[in-house]
Design a protein. Structure first.
Length: 127
């Protein structure tokens, strides 16, 4: 199950980053809990070293697939009903999966949605 804060952060990361100069002119108030949480956790206030790199994501995927006996991205594609190219882009961190793609990937890889978002670089690693 996705934590509410992770869903908010994930959905907000799908949008283009906020221009720092325009933060004050946004309609949303910094007192709005969702928006203020985004500002606090956004890439403007923390370093990206707390997130998985593309190389780490690929290594994690290979290890997880091997443990589960999944031999190829084509096989994972068949299990998830998500095309191989999209899976490749997700795990190379070239593209973020839609909310609809998260559940089948989690089911096939037997991981929580929180773990998947962390591995895909959409959320910070636990400290």
């Amino acid at each position: 199950m996705l934590l509410k804060s992770n869903i908010c952060n994930y959905v907000l990361t799908l949008k283009k980053p906020i221009n720092i100069a325009k933060k004050q002119s946004l309609e949303m108030s910094a007192s709005d809990p969702i928006f203020s949480n985004y500002l606090v956790r956004s890439s403007y206030t923390h370093t990206m070293t707390s997130r998985y790199t593309s190389k780490q994501t690929n290594e994690w995927l290979r290890t997880t697939m091997k443990k589960l006996g999944i031999n190829s991205l084509d096989e994972l594609s068949t299990m998830t009903k998500i095309d191989r190219g999209s899976l490749s882009r997700y795990f190379n961190q070239d593209r973020r999966p839609s909310i609809d793609a998260i559940v089948p990937i989690c089911s096939a890889l037997k991981v929580s949605s929180d773990e998947l978002l962390i591995v895909l670089g959409a959320a910070d690693k636990p400290e």
